[in-house]
Ligand binder design. Structure first.
Ligand code: ATP
Length: 362
């Protein structure tokens, strides 16, 4: 059996007048993948999604769905279904009529429509709401209705643009897990746009990180988390994100603030300027040292500025050489504001980036 639903973008360029929104996007999405577009506002995620849907013409490049060039095909000829942030439900129609709409457009027989609508509504848990109108639904129910309308036609590609952004935090977390299950059971290739890195990390099989109209990294959530391709991606992923500090690298050791610590994996000759990245959870307090005697060379002096208690963990905001650095500790950590301490980290916890280009050092 063939698995339809592959997506290929080749050198997609999109301009708005003199402004270039996309600078040559190349991307391969595999059949059945749950693929996220992640990036800050204005980085080009929605533009790329709209190009996939056929809602936006390109200035250069090609779009291939299942190896067929659809660059100039109309939206209706692409067999894709899109769910927008705003849901875009028809307010004067019932839920059942909204869900049935795409089937009516392709002139499906009435008997088939009824059973397909019930099936789609059941998959998203809104069978009991079919007679209502969108105005009589909660935000979460409207979102499910929009999803049911997208899945009723069994398209080869779902395009979801920040589908959960109108839901409150708790519902968003619940719904994203359901969405993940639904996508798995349907097996339809799904592209999911979000600026929320936690959302992308939890739902996606793989993701592309967008920055300023370019894709700067593609990988599984784990790959992107463990090996961010550059300092900008590193600063965007993780809660709180990675700390980035100027340092120098010499013979397998980094130096900063009078301390020198070993790091793994980077062979550099001579001394070079780097940006040292350490995740908040990877920083450790070096025990048994005080500022008064024996200033350690293996630990970085820091001062506690502020302690944020999150219940299950504590985030300490520290100053290291005039810069703010975050450290995650377990809930029993007893830190006082104003306290001086020394920081350390495992050699494997260090991420090193070229200070000038920001690129990860291998
Ligand atoms: P968001 O998360 O805010 O939706 P995004 O990553 O989806 O951001 P896009 O909506 O793709 O970003 O926009 C990419 C860039 O293109 C932005 O800088 C935006 O201002 C610009 N842009 C989009 N549409 C137009 C337009 N019609 N005319 C001019 N510039 C546009």
């Amino acid at each position: 059996m063939s698995h339809p639903g592959s997506v290929k973008l080749e050198n997609i360029v999109k301009r708005h007048g003199s402004f270039t929104a996309l600078h040559g996007i190349d991307l391969d999405i595999l059949p059945g993948e749950f693929f996220a577009f992640l990036g800050p506002s204005g980085s080009g995620k929605t533009t790329t999604l709209r190009i996939l849907a056929g809602l936006e013409p390109v200035n250069d490049g090609r779009v291939l769905l299942d190896d067929v060039d659809v660059t100039h095909a109309q939206p209706g000829e692409r067999d894709v279904a899109m769910v927008f942030q705003s849901y875009a439900l028809y307010p004067h129609m019932t839920v059942a009529e909204n869900i049935a709409f795409p089937l009516k457009m392709i002139k499906t027989p009435a008997s088939t429509i009824e059973s397909s609508v019930k099936e789609a509504a059941a998959k998203v848990g809104i069978e009991h709401l079919l007679a209502r109108r969108p105005g009589q639904l909660s935000g979460g129910q409207q979102q499910r209705c929009a999803l049911a309308r997208a899945i009723v036609r069994k398209p080869r590609l779902f395009l979801l643009d920040e589908p959960l952004s109108n839901l409150d935090a708790k519902l968003r977390v619940e719904t994203r897990a359901e969405l993940r299950r639904l996508q798995r059971s349907l097996g339809v290739t799904t592209v999911y746009v979000t600026h929320d890195q936690e959302e992308a990390m939890t739902v996606a099989d793989r993701l592309a990180v967008f920055m300023e109209g370019r894709i700067v990294q593609v990988g599984t959530p784990k790959e992107v988390f463990l090996r961010p391709a550059n300092a900008v991606v590193a600063a965007f992923i993780g809660t709180p994100p990675m700390n980035l500090m100027p340092a120098t690298l010499t013979d397998g050791r980094v130096s900063l603030e009078g301390a020198s610590l070993p790091v793994n994996g980077v062979q550099a000759q001579g001394t070079r300027d780097v940006t040292l990245g350490i995740r908040p959870g990877d920083l450790r307090i070096a025990e048994g040292r005080t500022l008064d005697h024996d200033i350690p060379t293996q630990a970085i002096p820091a001062r506690v500025e502020f302690v944020e208690d999150l219940g299950d963990s504590v985030i300490a905001i520290l100053t290291v050489g005039g810069q703010h650095v975050k450290m995650r500790l377990d809930q029993h950590a007893d830190l006082k504001e104003g306290q001086q301490l020394f920081l350390t980290f495992a050699p494997t916890a260090a991420h090193l980036f070229d200070r000038q280009t920001g690129e990860r050092l291998p």
